[in-house]
Design a protein around this ligand. Sequence first.
Ligand SMILES: [Fe+2]
Ligand SMILES: [Fe+2]
Length: 151
Amino acid sequence: MTSDQVTEILKKAYGDELETVMNYLTNSIVLDGVRAEEIKESLQTDIQEELAHAEMLGQRLKQLDERPPASADFEVRQHSLQPPEDSTDVLSVIDGVLDAEEDAIETYKSLIAAADEANDPVTEDLAVTILSDEEAHRTEFRGYRKEYKQD
Ligand SMILES: [Fe+2]
Ligand SMILES: [Fe+2]
């Protein structure tokens, strides 16, 4: 494995984080109802964390003499996280968030492996830090899912 792979995954992860920010923000605005309040608040908190992830990834790319991608390179991936037709369909948003977090977890695991092979401990450390945030997000939304499934 080469460091090309590291920068490629860093760039993908950067775009994914920004797509996550956009979709969490839209869903946090679109959802309606008393039951949605906790999810909306949780999304608002996570938006700040995902944005911080994008910043860290972008700074790491710069340190590696690369540039983070901008909107012209943007590729849509999060189809299940589009806001639901029914603005009270909180479960659809919870499932979309879980897909996004699972996807992020896979991305950071592959970044850890690529950075390890490229002997790049700084990127590896960054990926471990972000991975632990994504696993915490997944745990939080798994909890919401259990609660919603019971009704
Ligand atoms: Fe993130
Ligand atoms: Fe996350």
